[in-house]
Design a protein around this ligand. Structure first.
Ligand SMILES: [Zn+2]
Length: 148
């Protein structure tokens, strides 16, 4: 299984190396051991000032995901957002969450588009775990290599 992570280059400073290393670690620790097929996973990370949210995660096709992080906030906030979006990648890739017509299917239950943001179980999980994941990463040998 040769999964791939790509961080799109930007003319301004972004923590590209750490974003790639973090996503790679997350993929190996929280996604790949639980994937039920032999297909690789592709994560495209884009630091994007133009999105009108802090972050976005899109399920493209063929196990390819686009993670967008708004770099307007400081380093810590931005990296926590990256963790949040990677949790959504995990939810999509492990089949816990799926976009369906008119809403989102989460563990077999459909939530329509009117479901309040903070009532969506995938958001509850992502908000609950983003800080924990960010903290664990910072204490790993790899995570400690990045100066801040
Ligand atoms: Zn979210």
């Amino acid at each position: 299984m040769t999964s791939m992570i790509n961080v799109r280059p930007r003319p301004y400073h972004i923590p590209a190396k750490e974003a790639k290393a973090l996503a790679d670690w997350f993929l190996r620790k929280y996604i790949e051991p639980y994937v039920k097929d032999e297909q690789p996973t592709f994560i495209d990370i884009s630091f994007n000032k133009k999105i009108d949210t802090l972050g976005l995660c899109s399920d493209e096709q063929d196990n390819e995901y686009l993670v967008e992080v708004n770099p307007i906030n400081g380093y810590n906030h931005m990296m926590k957002t990256l963790c949040h979006e990677l949790i959504h990648v995990k939810q999509y890739r492990l089949g816990e969450m799926k976009a369906v017509t008119g809403g989102t299917k989460w563990k077999k239950k459909k939530y329509d588009l009117s479901t309040p943001y903070h009532d969506c179980p995938w958001e509850v999980e992502a908000f609950k775990l983003e800080g924990r994941i960010w903290g664990i990463w910072q204490r790993t040998i790899e995570g400690r290599c990045f100066l801040r």
